[in-house]
Write a protein that binds this ligand. Sequence first.
Ligand code: ADP
Length: 399
Amino acid sequence: MKVLVLNCGSSSIKYKLYDDDQQLAEGLLEKIGTAQAQLNHTVSGQKKTVSVHEILEHRAGIELILNVLQDPEKGVVKDIEEIQAVGHRVVHGAESFSESTLITPEVIAKIEECIDIAPLHNPPNLAGIYAISQLLPQVPQVAVFDTAFHQTMPDKAFVYAIPYVFYTRDHIRKYGFHGTSHYFVAHEAATMLGRPIDELKLITCHLGNGSSVAAVDRGKSVDTSMGFTPLEGLPMGTRSGDIDPAVPLYIMDKEELNLQQINALLNKHSGVLGISGISNDFRTLEDEAAKGDKRAALALEVFCYRLKKYIGSYIAAMNGVDAIVFTGGIGENSDVVRDMVASDMEFLGVQLDADKNRAKERGKAADISKASSRVKVLVIPTNEELVIARDTRRIVSET
Ligand code: ADP
């Protein structure tokens, strides 16, 4: 079955077209809303092509993508009707969705209700859904939620210690994100370890521009570091992560910042960029730290120390761990970060193999712990789009 996977952001659309598990093409349309929108399109096994277009909104962007997919030269299908289903990444499903679901008018209404708590993310996701409803009205669509995997968290993990009415009335609680990635690498880890997932305690670290860590007990998420929004938890490229809640109040008062300004400060100017003053890119930070830049080194140390503490706390929460999994752009590629996080944890049964860690090949899964390590340390490339394609296929076949 040919399934188109769409990930619509505020000014970009990422897409992948699958035939069952085989990827036929992928691409990224950026700078939507301008006359210089750039489409990077790659047919699997071929070179990337780049083109520039005036694309003012998501529907026009999706129309362009559908045209490229059936283009006689750059395309991979003869007719767009070959696409049998579309799977959408939807960021926030709140408590309404604990699994992927076929998109119906009722489902759309519920996703619209979540806009209140995900004002940045759900509107572009919905724009993609509306566009497909108009452009491919006969094609079934499926929503796959970033929050769904974490809906198994017990209330002691997701309730914030503020007046309870804010949970019951306003739905303020920890939701967690990156669920599709945590789910995927947890299952891949079980396969690598050759054990059923319902016997395993895993800690999955998704480290990219946004980073989160999850405690996965016998296949179920029981805790995760992101919260009501993706700002909680680990320090990230440009996001502060956990912080004394009094700090933003103090800064707002002292610097006379309004809500928008403090929001921008915590989301766009903080994290490792804020500490280093140089970059949110871990490659740059590693290079500068190696050349002696103290703040770049400090940014890396803060990030790794905080992740190490999350891992320790999740080992305590689950009363043990069988494997720690690294994924995402940083987790998959930075031996420096993996080394700083997973060394000096022998007391907890974690023995990193420094040579295996350094020698890990790009794009491949690997076990980087010593043979004697009670807790395995794994690096597993994530593939959120594949999960979306598989869920879409399964749900559409069942209906
Ligand atoms: P997103 O969260 O947007 O999907 P990615 O998972 O692609 O992001 O991760 C992007 C991050 O991965 C960037 O901070 C980048 O610096 C980092 N990264 C990519 N390759 C390396 C590398 N070789 N070493 C260190 N960091 C890397």
